[in-house]
Design a protein around this ligand. Structure first.
Ligand SMILES: [Zn+2]
Length: 281
């Protein structure tokens, strides 16, 4: 087990039971984090960065925080550019494909520090962005950036050992089509390793916006925009996922889907409810 604290959870009921069973440990984690950050705007925590392969200072500040507490998920940033959630994702990727020779990987990102890191270790990786510059699907633009639509991928069925998709699916209104396409392009037994806004208290996915019959965006809640590396205007968040996303993944062609909740002092994976979503074809 790569983390000192890592739990596979498959439903709201299992989550409630996990919270109750591990209450003292979870409270100790929060107390540790609060003591670490109390009254400090910016500081470093020592931790092992899996990308750098050594213990490094991990920077914490109040960027994207609530003004008092750090946003642990997005901070704890190594000098290599990778933050808490991305370092952890690399760690879990090692568990999923570590025994596969030259794994074929697809990442739904290409202009990020994570892709650069993955490309340096896995030459058989393809990355793409959702471009809005007229580039055709499956083709790279003048800057070498490939365009793909995650709901209609150009890859052959059974192409990849793993698909990596981090904080993308909340921006895809037809996320069910995206899951079907990801399952399709995975080899049998291949994995989706993913993160997206996930509220562990929700049985059902919260739809913030959807596409109406006339093709325009319908807002059900005040619009929320997230940063987009290829579009400065940002990207609308269509949904915050709940536990039913695991059922949706199975309906889309995954044989199994679960979340993994993790926390590690040694690796600087701090913060409440740090989790990844993993599906197996
Ligand atoms: Zn690093």
């Amino acid at each position: 087990m790569i983390c000192s604290f890592s739990h596979q959870i498959r439903s709201l009921e299992e989550y409630v039971s996990y919270r109750a069973t591990n209450k003292p440990e979870l409270e100790a984690q929060r107390a540790y984090e609060n003591a670490l950050s109390a009254g400090r705007g910016e500081f470093n925590v020592s931790g092992f960065c899996v990308a750098c392969g050594k213990v490094v200072p991990l920077k914490v500040d109040l960027q994207w925080g609530d003004g008092v507490r750090p946003n642990w998920r997005e901070r704890l940033q190594c000098a290599c550019g990778l933050n808490n959630r991305i370092r952890a994702a690399l760690d879990f990727l090692g568990e999923l494909v570590g025994k596969t020779q030259n794994p074929a990987l697809y990442a739904t990102e290409q202009v990020t520090p994570l892709f650069a890191q993955l490309h340096s270790r896995h030459l058989a990786i393809t990355g793409s962005e959702y471009l809005r510059d007229g580039t055709q699907r499956g083709v790279a633009n003048a800057n070498g950036i490939r365009h793909e639509d995650i709901t209609d991928l150009t890859f052959a069925t059974g192409s990849f050992d793993a698909v990596l998709s981090f904080d993308v699916l909340e921006h895809v209104p037809d996320y069910r089509a995206a899951f079907r396409e990801i399952a399709r392009v995975l080899k049998p037994r291949g994995h989706l390793l993913s993160s997206f806004p996930f509220d562990a208290s929700l049985a059902k996915t919260l739809v913030r916006a959807s596409i109406g019959a006339d093709g325009s965006v319908v807002h059900h809640l005040p619009p929320e925009y997230h940063g987009d590396p290829v579009d400065n205007s940002g990207c609308l968040c269509f949904q915050v996922f709940g536990w039913d996303v695991l059922d949706e993944m199975q309906r889309a062609g995954f044989s199994e889907a679960h979340t993994v909740f993790y926390w590690s002092l040694d690796r600087g994976y701090l913060g409440p409810n740090q989790l990844l979503i993993i599906g197996q074809r």
